[in-house]
Structure formats: structure tokens, C-alpha cells
Design a protein around this ligand. Structure first.
Ligand code: FE2
Length: 385
């Protein structure tokens, strides 16, 4: 008998300009009476929290706001948020922001109901098997378009003792409802729009190329790639373009739905760049993606040719198209104003061997279509320099 595979597609998703005001009725329908709103100071400063709190109030839900989340969440922040959740006697979570507040929202639900330390749930050691109890309901509202964390079943946290970015991955961590409101991403600055958008594109590309049989993920990933190819540039250059903003929210959400299939070497290269050198996660992916596409070309030429076409390359010859794919990504990266190599981001060249070791320890490359050694990781960093 052949192996059985699992295809999941469970989140309720609301989409539309202005749809964030539906948060109160959605959380109420999930049975919550006291909400813990997880966000960061930037989102709060942009005035995006008050309408959420008002919507909750209108639905009869009291709320406590926690905004102590940094851009690469630390274990200590998750634990502080969990304590605040308990002190608030909350019974539901609203996570509002970029990937970080959304991830922390999920991890608060984990830490409030399961034993610590968080490191034991690391996906690299199959920690999901220990996530066995129900967690409180959560509504996720993204204010960036990149991680797709609102429909993802993972949270990323840096464990300070080891300085490693750990991915905690479990179906129970999925948000119950995601609300995609393009209006909330209007004020995102061009640089963040570009970096987060490249993260979304990388998710779609890596999921599509990943090992495994998942036709739903593949189809969703392909559509996500097409949306990024058509709309990322416009979203960067005109923040008020709600069609482009909406398209990038869709692509971001689709990337995260698709990467339940798996990611690849690019994310394994990106994670140590953030943990060691504090590079923005999307920028780290954008810098490494072309070299990874070239590396994977021999393993999945048809897939890489198809990606190239979706990003604007012409012709029918598979080999030629696959060859052009990395160039298409470089061209897009240039048009949206991101760094064109690791050197330009300030990462020192003599630090690459250590990064290569860490990249190999990261779990994401296990589903890369071509197996990677430490030497491969080092060569990929050098090719991305
Ligand atoms: Fe990512």
C-alpha cells in the first residue's frame, strides 16, 4: 500500500476593505468573553488597535491590549505576554500586526495551556507531538502581507539560551478566523512592503518546489506566485493601491496555506541571517532566493520553468526558462528596491561558515527538492553575497 498523505484547508477567512470591524462578532461566535489583543507598538502607534477594541466592545467583549512584541520575537516576550494573558483572565486572543504579533498570539495560546520550556516544541525535533491539549480561540488580523501567519500553523521564536530561531508547528496553533483587510496594510512603508512581499513569494515558490504530493498546495502556490509577479511592484510604489494591497494579502495568505507542504533551502539560509545578524526575514529570503532557484534547477526543472513564466519570462523551452528564473527574481528584487546581495546588507563574509552550519541545522531544507550539505549551504551563501 502506498503512503497516505494529509491535505488540510481549515481556516475561515474574511476578505475585504474595512472587514476588520467584523472582529467582535467573529470572536463572540467562538465563545470568547474576554479578549487578549496581541500587537506591537508600531501597529498601536498607527492607530490600528482602537477600532479593533471598539468592535470587540460592541460585541460585548472586554479586552486587554499587549504591545510588547519586537520584530523577531524572543522567548521572554512570549512568556511576558502569556503572563499578561493569565492576569487578564482572558479566554480568547486577537492577534493584530505583522508576522511577529501573529506568531506570539499563537504561542501565548500554547504557553498558557502546555508545559514550558518552549524549545521542547521545536519542529526540528518533532515537537508538535507534544502539543496535545486544546488552546483558546484566536482571530488573526495581518497588517503586513508576507508571512501569512494568519492561516499558518506555526510560530517562530528565538530561544535566547541557544540564540536559535525555532519553528513551532502544530495544527492546534491555527487561528480559528483570519480577517484580511487591505486598508490595514495601506500605511506599510515601501521597504517593508517589498521585504514582506518577497517573503510571500518565497513561501509560494518553496512550497511549490518542495518534496511531497500536494496538488492543492501546488495550485495555491502557483496562483500566489502569479499575484506577486503582477502586484508586488505596484504595492511597493503606491501604498494606497488597494487592488495591489489586497492581491498581496491574498498571496501572503496563499503562501502560508501552501507551505503546509514544506519549505526549502532558502528559509534554512534565511533563519540564521535573522538570528545572527538581525536581517529582516523577508529581506534575508530575497537575498538568497535566486541562488536557491539555480541550485534546485537540476532537481525540478519543469517547476522552475513554470515559476519563471509566472514572473514574466517568455518562451517554451523548459531548460531556458528554468535558467531565466533566478534572473526574473533578481529583476523584481531590483525594481522594488531591495539589497542585491548579502554584502550590501552588512553581513561579514568571514561569518558565512558559521551561518552555513546553522542553516544545515534548520529543519526547512528537509523538504527542499535537492538535498543540501553544509558545503552546499556555504556555496549558496557565497553565491548570494
Ligand atoms: Fe518566511
Amino acid at each position: 500500500m502506498s503512503e497516505t498523505v494529509v491535505w488540510s484547508f481549515p481556516t475561515r477567512i474574511l476578505f475585504g476593505a474595512g472587514s476588520a470591524v467584523r472582529v467582535g462578532e467573529e470572536l463572540k461566535a467562538l465563545g470568547s468573553k474576554r479578549a487578549f489583543v496581541v500587537t506591537d507598538a508600531g501597529v498601536r502607534g498607527a492607530g490600528l488597535v482602537d477600532p479593533i477594541v471598539e468592535s470587540l466592545k460592541a460585541a460585548g467583549i472586554e479586552s486587554v491590549v499587549f504591545d510588547g512584541i519586537s520584530s523577531n520575537p524572543l522567548e521572554a516576550e512570549v512568556l511576558a505576554a502569556t503572563e499578561a494573558y493569565r492576569n487578564a483572565k482572558a479566554d480568547g486572543v486577537v492577534a493584530l500586526g505583522g508576522g511577529s504579533p501573529l506568531d506570539v498570539g499563537k504561542l501565548v495560546r500554547l504557553a498558557a495551556t502546555h508545559p514550558l520550556p518552549l524549545a521542547q516544541y521545536d519542529d526540528a525535533i518533532d515537537g508538535w507531538q507534544k502539543i496535545t491539549k486544546p488552546v483558546p480561540p484566536m482571530v488573526a488580523i495581518p497588517t503586513t502581507a508576507g508571512t501569512g501567519s494568519e492561516v499558518g500553523r506555526s510560530g517562530v521564536v528565538t530561544i535566547q539560551a541557544t540564540n536559535r530561531k525555532v519553528v513551532i508547528f502544530a495544527p492546534r496553533l491555527l487561528a480559528n478566523v483570519a480577517i484580511l483587510d487591505p486598508k490595514l496594510t495601506e500605511t506599510m512603508p515601501p521597504r517593508i512592503t517589498a521585504a514582506t512581499g518577497m517573503d510571500a513569494l518565497t513561501h509560494c515558490i518553496e512550497a511549490y518546489c518542495a518534496l511531497g504530493d500536494h496538488p492543492m498546495a501546488d495550485a495555491i502556490a502557483l496562483q500566489g506566485i502569479e499575484l506577486c509577479g503582477k502586484h508586488l511592484e505596484n504595492a511597493v510604489h503606491d501604498g494606497k493601491d488597494l487592488e495591489a494591497r489586497g492581491a498581496m494579502l491574498k498571496a501572503s495568505m496563499m503562501g502560508a496555506v501552501a507551505f503546509q507542504k514544506g519549505l526549502g533551502a532558502c528559509h534554512s539560509l534565511a533563519h540564521p541571517l535573522s538570528a545572527e545578524h538581525h536581517l529582516h526575514h523577508g529581506l534575508a529570503n530575497a537575498v538568497c532566493l535566486p541562488a536557491v532557484l539555480d541550485f534546485n534547477r537540476s532537481a525540478v526543472p519543469e517547476k522552475i520553468a513554470r515559476i519563471a513564466k509566472l514572473l514574466g519570462a517568455r518562451g517554451e523551452n523548459v531548460e531556458t526558462l528554468a535558467f531565466e528564473c533566478s534572473g526574473a527574481v533578481r529583476a523584481l528584487r531590483k525594481k522594488i528596491g531591495l539589497a542585491e546581495g548579502l554584502g550590501a546588507t552588512g553581513v561579514p563574509e568571514d561569518g558565512l561558515p558559521k551561518l552555513a552550519k546553522l542553516a544545515l541545522e534548520d529543519a526547512c531544507h528537509r523538504s527542499n527538492p535537492r538535498a543540501c550539505t553544509e558545503e552546499d549551504m556555504l556555496a549558496l551563501y557565497k553565491a548570494s553575497f
